[in-house]
Design a protein. Structure first.
Length: 220
């Protein structure tokens, strides 16, 4: 019901964005951008990217999405008010002790990415790259912000944002967890889809999600 209502709002917003400039847009190529849908056992999270801010991190995430590395990975660390972390291929095995210790860049096993710190802020819904204490150590692990964390700004590489499914992030982060912030029940990425969407659709989808998220927050 939530996704249907949001889809309807997005469609209306998309029409509002397109119709006023229809005669102009008809003769020009429609701009598009790549989005990734993480289908999880709690619902879908749809992400857009910031290639101008962190081109290598975007390339890395898309490569892992297309290769199948992320399918089957767990969100192995969840902290309410902070973030959900996933993307470690180690989380596919039966040993929780090694979760959070694996991963590598799109260049191959044993490789990591140089940091691409930028001016984008770690606010709710932002997609950023996990790393060790060494700045140039990003591999495949990523996190999606549940709340705002300004203390991460300029210290971790932001490379995308959530445009749909923020309520799924809420559901994942709200699951019971142990003292190590590992969910008691698996929060799994089932499949990953990479698509090109019209930029107008991306913006309308994001606007619909934000409006619904704001309304939900006002009711609390």
């Amino acid at each position: 019901m939530i996704r249907f209502a949001r889809s309807l709002i997005a469609s209306l917003l998309l029409a509002a964005l397109i119709l006023p400039g229809l005669s102009v847009a008809a003769g020009a190529a429609e701009s598009t951008e790549t989005v990734v849908t993480l289908k999880t056992n709690r619902g879908d999270i749809v992400l857009r990217f910031f290639p101008a801010s962190a081109p290598e991190h975007v390339k890395n995430f898309l490569a892992h999405s297309k290769s199948g590395l992320y399918a089957g990975c767990l969100f192995h660390r969840v902290i309410p008010g902070f973030m959900i972390q996933g993307g470690d291929p180690n989380s596919k095995d039966k040993d929780p002790a090694n979760d959070g210790m694996g991963g590598y860049s799109y260049k191959g096993e044993g490789t990591m990415l140089p940091a691409e710190f930028n001016d984008r802020k770690h606010t709710r819904g932002i997609l950023s790259m996990a790393r060790s204490r060494e700045p140039d150590s990003a591999g495949s692990q990523f996190f999606v912000m549940h709340g705002d964390a300004p203390f991460l700004d300029g210290k971790y590489s932001v490379f995308g944002e959530t445009i749909d499914g923020i309520e799924v992030v809420d559901a994942i982060v709200g699951t019971p967890r142990n003292s190590a912030d590992r969910p008691d029940e698996d929060q799994k990425i089932l499949t990953v889809t990479v698509e090109d969407w019209p930029t107008a659709k991306v913006e309308a989808t994001k606007a619909a999600m934000l409006a619904e998220d704001k309304a939900a927050a006002a009711k609390k």
